[in-house]
Design a protein around this ligand. Structure first.
Ligand SMILES: Nc1nc2c(ncn2[C@@H]2O[C@H](COP(=O)(O)OP(=O)(O)OP(=O)(O)O)[C@@H](O)[C@H]2O)c(=O)[nH]1
Ligand SMILES: [Mg+2]
Length: 223
């Protein structure tokens, strides 16, 4: 994801400030099944928007949470995770994170700690879960315990993108948590940014009132 992502309309992240939009990111090593999980969840409505120059795919989904309709953008990378690090704009304004590993490859489980560390540098408080994928390949694996994330209280799911086990359940719960988080952000920086935006709006309103009086913000003080 090189280059100035702010300059392409699909990646204009201001839309995620609106109540009706949430952004959910997916993290994990290459080939753990991130893309297949999203494809499995979206199935029929599967219309990914490929932004190949930026090695990024946006999967768009419309969800109903309570009595509200919410547009969900799932962000998925192709390739950048090989460098074990994501571009900061990937994390920017994300409301939830799905961390995936492959039950058949231990290293992908070990690497969760690195992914989680990087996530928390950018998004200290967003809801996150741990997903053990490919359980269809070895069902016995579900009897083992995978403790990463327990200390942080992260929900854990055994899933299979291949046969669909738990996929819808996991995505629905994460969408709900993303929406809840958005309504009650506990993330200090989120609140600061919101305050600044409100402050900016108030200032603009003040200025327009001044215009009614025949004074503009640029008017020199009358002495
Ligand atoms: N048996 C099994 N194979 C799976 C499952 N999910 C994904 N795979 C296979 O794992 C491989 C990688 O899946 P992807 O979804 O492309 O993985 P990814 O995490 O998006 O990989 P990158 O795009 O390289 O980061 C593919 O060959 C899939 O068919 C699963 O639940 N079970
Ligand atoms: Mg992929």
């Amino acid at each position: 994801m090189a280059g100035d992502v702010g300059s392409i309309p699909e990646l204009d992240q201001k839309k995620y400030d609106s109540d009706e939009q949430v952004k959910i990111i997916c993290l994990g090593d290459s080939a753990v099944g991130k893309s297949k999980l999203m494809e499995r969840f979206l199935m029929d409505e599967y219309r990914p928007q490929q932004l190949s120059t930026y090695a990024l795919t946006l999967y768009k989904h419309t969800a109903t949470v309570g009595n509200r309709t919410v547009a969900v953008d799932f962000w998925d990378t192709a390739g950048q995770e090989r460098f074990q690090s994501m571009h900061p704009s990937y994390y920017h304004k994300a409301h939830a994170c799905i961390m995936v590993f492959d039950v058949q490859r231990k290293i992908t489980y070990k690497n969760l700690a690195n992914w989680y560390k990087e996530l928390r540098e950018y998004r200290p408080e967003i809801p996150c879960c741990v997903v053990a994928n490919k359980i269809d390949a070895d069902l016995k694996v579900t009897q083992r315990s995978f403790n990463f994330g327990k200390k942080q209280g992260l929900p854990f799911y055994f899933v299979s993108a291949a046969d669909g086990t738990n996929v819808v359940k996991m995505f629905r719960e994460m969408i709900k948590r993303a929406v809840d988080y958005k309504q009650n952000p506990s993330d200090f920086m989120d609140e600061v940014m919101q305050e600044l935006e409100n402050f900016d709006l108030e200032k603009k309103e003040d200025n327009s009132e001044a215009d009614d009086d025949g004074l503009t913000a640029e008017s020199p003080d009358v002495v």
